[in-house]
Design a protein around this ligand. Sequence first.
Ligand SMILES: [Zn+2]
Length: 255
Amino acid sequence: MQPSPVYSEYPRKLTTQELELMLFILPEERAGYHAYRQQIQELVVIGEGRRGKGEIILGKENESPNFDEPLTPVFAYGVIETTFGNISVTAREISLEQASIEIVSSKGESIPATFEELRRWTYSTWMPGAPCPQCSTPVRETLIRTDAQEQLTLALCKHDKRIWVYEGHRQIVRLIPVTNFYNELMLNKNIRDPSIALDSRLLFSMLDSYSDADLTHAFKAYNKLKVKIHMQGEIQTSNEIPQGIVSKLKRFFTT
Ligand SMILES: [Zn+2]
């Protein structure tokens, strides 16, 4: 196997391999990924990202990577399993017309130009009702609605200890950082025992003890800290309360 060609000059076009791996995690038939593809269509590789080798920055031809802004959230993620190890592919939110695409080997080596692929998977193709794309086991799902009729599906995989959310209106899936989500869950549940509150792995072993309302509250609080998922309307957090008493309780849940 030949190592990947080394590029020292920018701007350059994406290599065939980079393009193929990137497009895999951006399925065209889904509205949100289609829009992302459209946005990066005119962009070229303008440099290496701040995460180092394997992270490339797409931008306008005459620009250089902008590192003044914080790293943007993950927009799409997938893995290629090969005989030499896993290759992960991460696309981040576009900011100031620049996008970060990271293609790295789990072994920290550069990606060979050719390799034997065993299988590939991405969260980007996940739909509510489907098993986990990584381990194929059923996931815990919580349907979240906003008062503007948008729907999100929060999904948690106990096996891989991962959380993601499917945005129904844009048909995209986003990964949610487990620690941040768990912190909000603990605050909302008023759990202060450090042996529980500081151990986010317990989220998955104790998942059955949290109701859909608990998970919805935690997601709402998480998303409020710094809005990552833009929605029309407020998230409804009264989904487990009988309709008759919703209005009486509403003021407690809409603060
Ligand atoms: Zn899984």
